[in-house]
Design a protein around this ligand. Structure first.
Ligand code: ADE
Length: 288
């Protein structure tokens, strides 16, 4: 997978080099290019924004800067050629050096890159989106700042690319950069080969429509608190049932609407319904 990010704050994307994503870069599963939007300006001030038509506070990002930036990054032309890919921050086992500025146009799957625009006005980001986007060859993130990007940039881009506007929550950030970090991490960990243990994300919260239940490790007793007895039973079916019930309990307490969604989809069995009936209204607890 290749991820390109267009931003006026390239240094904000530095964390992508670390930890899991850094490992994926190092192992050549992931390439990340970060592009400074100001490379596509032509004036001495390198202005990327202007006052909004119709008045109002804030500034709007200019279409003449964003349009060519997205086209060049998609095609690997113009200032996009100069972008040096992020290298991993992980010092050991460095892979072969990558050619700086190598052209990276054209997606292998023939669909072209998917352009993602983080904005509080977008569709809420979900695990399903992360799963879908993890199957893409190329993602291009367009980070807006201020009051947003001139709407015609999105309208024009839709003529040539697939474009999705996405929000990471019902709150307003200063710009899209932090949303890119969130989305990129959720997406990249699902790319085959990135997580050490492929099975580990099959039990993630949301993967089966429920939140993940509690986890325990050694010691068996800590500060007077014991690990639930069932986990030592060696009875896999019993453990699986207990885990399911813990997920149901936590989901009912923290995200009751997810229980209702699952019910509508026929995802709750008779034993799930019995369990829920038994705890409905009762306090959340981890007891078995
Ligand atoms: N940019 C500003 N706020 C945002 C949000 N909530 N989600 C995605 N991008 C944003």
């Amino acid at each position: 997978m290749r991820i390109d990010v267009v931003t006026i704050f390239p240094e904000y994307l530095e964390p992508l080099r670390h930890a899991l994503l850094g490992k994926a870069i190092e192992r050549n599963i992931l390439q990340v290019g970060v592009h400074n939007l100001r490379s596509w300006t032509h004036d001495v001030h390198q202005a990327v924004d202007d006052s909004p038509y119709g008045g109002g506070p804030g500034m709007v990002m200019k279409p003449e800067v964003w349009g060519p930036a997205l086209d060049d990054v998609a095609a690997g032309t113009g200032p996009a050629v100069e972008a040096v890919d992020l290298t991993s921050a992980i010092p050991h086992r460095m892979g072969p050096p990558k050619t700086p500025g190598a052209a990276h146009g054209g997606a292998v799957n023939g669909a072209g890159p998917l352009i993602l625009v983080p904005t509080p006005a977008g569709r809420p980001f979900t695990q399903d989106m992360a799963q879908r986007w993890s199957e893409e060859e190329r993602l291009i993130f367009a980070c807006g700042r201020y009051e947003g990007i001139d709407e015609r940039v999105i309208e024009d881009a839709r003529k040539r690319y697939r474009v999705e506007e996405v929000s990471i929550g019902d709150y307003v950030l200063i710009g899209g950069e932090v949303a890119v970090l969130v989305i990129a991490e959720a997406v990249v960990r699902l790319v085959p080969g990135v997580l050490g243990n492929q099975a580990s994300h099959q039990e993630d919260s949301f993967q089966d429509g429920l939140l993940e239940g509690p986890s325990y490790t050694k010691p068996r007793s800590w500060r007077g608190l014991d690990v639930p007895e069932v986990l030592f039973s060696g009875n896999h079916a019993k453990v699986a049932r207990w885990r399911r019930e813990q997920s149901l309990r936590r989901t009912l307490a923290n995200r009751p609407e997810l229980i209702e969604n699952l019910r509508q989809q026929g995802g709750l069995g008779a034993d799930d319904e019995d369990f829920l009936k038994g705890i409905q209204g009762g306090p959340a607890s981890n007891e078995n």
